[in-house]
Design a protein around this ligand. Structure first.
Ligand code: ATP
Ligand code: FE2
Length: 332
């Protein structure tokens, strides 16, 4: 029962094909992806949408070929309905509607943040985890509690990845800067940690000032690698602290990682060690589903299709500001 999923909330257009493996887990048949890399500055929504429209047909064909499926062999078409950049969301939605109409298969709208959590459950043994989701545009700690996905803590302004990318731009590190900051940080001379603002307010976090303060270190002559190291240590400590407190508050015993920033080995090590210390299970799904991808959209689409939670074309408008806790949870 393969479902096709189209991801298009931000930089990445992804097309995935996923089926259920007979034991309740996801089997990824294809997961094609193309990412807009701006030559300078940040992402311009219109340019990203143009990129998605250009690569869309090629990715769709590549995914179907990889999975050895024809369009008529898929059982449903899912797309990232929100939250995200409206022009990008519209391209993914338009592709999905066209494919659903052409094949006569059901159309399914998926929340991007919840899809990150659900693919973690779909590919690991996690049953009811807390998700630490850190990407470019999003940074949230969320879990299922009392009938809804609830956000226990989140960034008050930019996502951590955007803060890292901004720091990268100021230091001539090409986008996406996260991997190069990670590489540089690992080479840092291990002296005392340079102090930076550590902003956890209640359960929420803030990263824009942290990146600015790290840049001040560079301007004052601190080697770039040491500034990268300090930036990572402070930011990741905040993520892990909020995750630990969310686990303690809810009594949950599993942590799953998601989002492009979760590709970072230092963040993974810190999260794992926090879990070990409190006797919680730690799960990190493969990189191809940490970053934005179509397979996670397909997987949540499959779960929603199984309970008949589908959309008509008329009711399939995009939801750029959809909040995680607004999602009606029909599939669990
Ligand atoms: P969204 O916020 O909608 O999920 P996105 O385009 O930011 O969108 P991702 O692909 O999940 O989605 O994440 C990209 C971000 O992850 C970039 O900001 C990038 O710098 C960051 N990133 C990637 N690899 C690493 C790494 N090894 N360490 C830290 N950050 C990383
Ligand atoms: Fe994402």
């Amino acid at each position: 029962m393969p479902v096709l999923g189209i991801e298009g909330t931000a930089h990445t257009l992804g097309v995935g094909l996923v089926e259920e493996d007979g034991k309740g887990h996801a089997r990824i048949l294809a997961n094609e992806r193309a990412m807009l890399r701006p030559l300078s500055g940040g992402i311009i929504p219109r340019e990203a949408a143009h990129h998605h429209a250009e690569v869309g047909p090629r990715l769709l064909q590549a995914a179907l070929e990889k999975a050895k499926l024809s369009p008529d062999e898929i059982d449903g078409v899912a797309f990232s309905q929100g939250p995200g950049l409206a022009p990008c969301l519209r391209v993914a939605a338009t592709m999905a509607r066209a494919l659903a109409l052409r094949t006569g298969k059901p159309l399914i709208g998926v929340n991007h943040c919840v899809a990150h959590l659900e693919i973690g459950r779909g590919l690991t043994d996690a049953q009811d985890p807390m998700l630490l989701y850190a990407s470019g545009g999003n940074t949230q700690v969320l879990a299922f509690a009392r009938g809804h996905y609830r956000v226990f803590g989140e960034t008050l302004e930019v996502g951590l990845g955007n803060a890292l990318d901004k720091f990268g731009r100021d230091n001539d590190i090409p986008f996406p800067a996260g991997p190069e900051i990670e590489r540089l940080a690992a080479t840092a001379h291990r002296g005392p940690l340079h102090p930076l603002p550590y902003t956890v307010k209640g359960m929420d976090m803030s990263f824009a000032g942290l990146a600015t303060a790290a840049q001040r270190l560079v301007v004052q002559g601190t080697p770039l690698a040491e500034a990268c190291h300090a930036l990572q240590e402070h930011a990741f400590a905040a993520l892990v602290e909020v995750s630990e407190r969310a686990l303690a508050h809810t009594g949950k015993t599993e942590l799953v990682l998601g989002g492009g920033v979760a590709c970072n080995a230092r963040l993974q090590a810190m999260a794992r060690s926090m879990c070990e210390e409190r006797g919680a299970a730690y799960f990190c799904p493969p990189r191809e589903v940490l970053v934005d991808n179509g397979a996670m959209i397909a997987w949540l689409g499959l779960r929603k299709l199984a309970v008949g939670d589908t959309l008509t074309v008329e009711s399939s408008g995009v939801l750029p500001h959809q909040r995680t806790d607004q999602v009606e949870v029909t599939w669990r």
